[in-house]
Write a protein that binds this ligand. Structure first.
Ligand code: ZN
Ligand code: ZN
Length: 335
């Protein structure tokens, strides 16, 4: 993500901010220009009050570009569901901004095709499964709830689980359908990710049963990615978005990893990184070279705070080839 400033006081403001702490100006985010602007005189998203959406809208009384993609949401009279929706929509706006930045196609759902989000809060013990089906992304809003999500993370043995991670994963399924399926011969996809025609339901049952063999980490970015080629692609896609966004942020704030000091060569010389504003201008091996230096440095900083690693994953050569496939797909897909 780039860095934003209040247009009035020129102090640092965050992407999510609705006002400037320095000068008190009301602020909004304009997705068309990727700028934080003064809210005065602009039409603002109708969900600004209800869920704190700070985006500009295309017309008075209408939702913004991100909120317009949500076709099902809880009612305003349920405070818990509304606070969960607020958290989920924060993550989704970060996702949509990145898709616009990468110029990926976003076709709002019309007449049974295109992209839509259903933000559902389970009621009375009913089950809501987070997932993607033919352009419709369903999000179980309980995942906005930290204890619930953290409990599941531990139960499923996952090193990382966030709402932003969920929406980045599910949009990966959407782009498989839009950019891979039926668009190109599937040979190169199948060589890397496997044959997606295998039974999905059986694969999922097997995953939550015996689990994969112990060598999975050599070939898959996460244990969940081993369930089915679709899941492997969605996980790879999510990681590509994580890496691209974090490197954009590193470049925007000017983080340069000059290498560890006070250690002998070659270690000191081998770990360094500078940012990349736009991963599209780099090859995937250049991207991953920079990413390696950043994650070593930032993981160590997190550990200094008693936190888990910022990026608790290892990218092997085989996983790098899958990320390269995603990289080429994204570079070729100009909206
Ligand atoms: Zn909005
Ligand atoms: Zn999935």
């Amino acid at each position: 993500m780039r860095v934003f400033a209040c247009p009035q006081s020129v102090t640092w403001v965050e992407f999510e901010d609705k006002g400037c702490l320095q000068c008190g100006a009301e602020l909004a985010y304009d997705p068309e220009t990727d700028e934080i602007v003064l809210a005065e005189g602009r039409s603002l998203c109708v969900y600004r009050v209800g869920i704190g959406c700070n985006w500009v809208s295309p017309g008075y009384g209408s939702p913004c570009r991100s909120c317009a993609l949500t076709t099902a949401r809880p009612e305003g009279d349920d405070p818990l569901a509304m606070s969960q929706l607020t958290v989920a929509e924060f993550a989704k706006r970060r996702l949509i901004r990145q898709l616009l930045h990468l110029t990926l196609p976003i076709d709002p759902r019309r007449g049974g095709t295109g992209l839509a989000f259903e933000m559902l809060a389970p009621r009375n013990g009913e089950q809501v499964l987070t997932g993607h089906a033919d352009g419709v992304i369903t999000i179980n809003l309980s995942e906005s709830n930290d204890p619930h999500r953290e409990g599941l993370r531990i139960q499923l043995g996952e090193p990382y689980r966030t709402m932003l991670g969920h929406v980045r994963h599910e949009i990966g399924h959407y782009y498989w359908q839009v950019l891979v399926d039926g668009k190109a011969p599937l040979d190169s996809f199948r060589r890397l990710f496997g044959d997606e025609r295998q039974d999905y339901g059986k694969a999922l049952d097997a995953h939550y049963g015996d689990g994969a063999d112990e060598d999975w980490a050599l070939t898959h970015i996460s244990h969940y990615a081993t369930t089915h080629p679709w899941e492997d692609f969605a996980e790879s896609f999510a990681h590509y978005l994580h890496i691209a966004d974090a490197l954009e942020t590193a470049a925007a704030v000017g983080i340069h990893v000059a290498g560890p000091h006070g250690v002998p060569e070659p270690l000191a010389g081998s770990i360094h990184a500078s940012g990349a504003t736009d991963v599209a201008e780099l090859s995937m091996s250049e991207v991953l070279g920079r990413w390696h230096g950043f994650t070593l440095a930032l993981n160590s900083v997190n550990r200094s705070m008693g936190k888990d690693d910022l990026y608790p994953f290892v990218i092997t050569a085989e996983i790098a080839r899958k990320l390269d496939y995603v990289h080429e797909l994204v570079r070729d897909a100009v909206a």
